[in-house]
Design a protein around this ligand. Structure first.
Ligand code: CO
Length: 286
């Protein structure tokens, strides 16, 4: 006779397993930014390849922008809290993302573009996220969308708490971003003083929070303003604010578990594919 052992139906809370204030760096034509994911200590968080933030009231920190440069094999998602980025690419894509808007660009087999930041009322504060594509979609057609702030659902979570849902699903509301193999989740959450919420990240997703106002508590850990907190696995994410309230991003995706070969703006699966990307860009076939 064999006994059947059933898994106990306990829920496991996600915890914070790593905290970081990121690494100051420069990119483009000398834009000062902070790299939060894509650093030596946190090279990636499958399927999230990179997160940069730029925040300054001094135009000299960013005015030179990002002149023309290529991308292949992944997607860039730019989210501007304050200020704007003008975008121009070699496939006829052109737009400006501004004050609460998102620019979603699927590089696929290749895009060459420029990105030029500009401030609003003296302020620039934004993020650029790189999301990986599965091997079978790395050479797909490029795609591009400007998503204005007015198209991003704002979800009332009660008690003065709210979330802007850039992509993913929350309380039956679908975010503004496209459907993708990695089922991306990206929300900008505001908690009132002493507010708390459960964030519905799918089980099995990798993810993190990035706090930019107040402090956020996850279990016994506190993630402070300017810190990234990488989440453990689990089936529940509960976040609390103290008396000052808090505002933070929650970003997560379904891991691809595929090899990553990275070289600057190209993210492929093998070194051969990287060599091919460099050749293709140099011979002008992007
Ligand atoms: Co770019």
């Amino acid at each position: 006779m064999t006994a059947t052992i059933e898994k106990p139906a306990v829920s496991t809370d996600r915890r914070i397993v790593y905290r970081s204030s990121g690494m100051p760096t420069q990119d483009g034509a000398g834009v000062k930014l902070t790299r939060l994911v894509g650093t030596p200590k946190l090279p990636d968080l499958d399927p999230i390849l990179m997160l940069d933030t730029f925040r300054s009231d001094n135009p000299n920190d960013y005015v030179a922008g990002f002149p023309e440069h290529p991308h292949r094999g992944f997607e860039t998602v730019s989210y501007m809290i304050k200020g704007s980025i003008a975008h121009l690419d070699n496939h006829g894509g052109k737009g400006i993302v501004t004050d609460g808007g998102v620019q979603w660009m699927t590089a696929g087999r290749g895009v060459a573009h420029s990105e030029m930041p500009a401030q609003t009322n003296g302020q620039l504060f934004g993020f650029q996220l790189w999301l990986n594509l599965p091997a079978r979609e790395k050479m797909r057609d490029p795609w591009y969308a400007d998503i204005p702030a007015s198209d991003i659902p704002q979800i009332d979570l009660g008690g003065g708490n709210s979330a802007k849902l850039i992509v993913g699903e929350w309380n039956g509301v679908k975010g503004a971003g496209p459907d993708r193999a990695i089922a991306p989740f990206f929300a900008d959450v505001t908690l009132a003083a002493n507010g708390s919420i459960d964030v519905p990240i799918p089980v099995g997703h990798n993810g993190f929070i990035y706090v930019f106002e107040g402090d956020a508590r996850v279990g016994t850990e506190t993630v402070r303003t300017g810190q990234l907190g990488v989440l453990s696995s689990g089936d529940r994410l509960h976040i609390e604010a103290d008396g000052q309230g808090a505002r933070f991003l929650v970003i997560a995706g379904k891991p691809l578990r595929e090899p990553i070969a990275k070289y600057g703006p190209f993210v492929m699966n093998t070194q051969d594919e990287i060599r091919r990307a460099i050749q293709d860009y140099q011979s002008g076939t992007f």
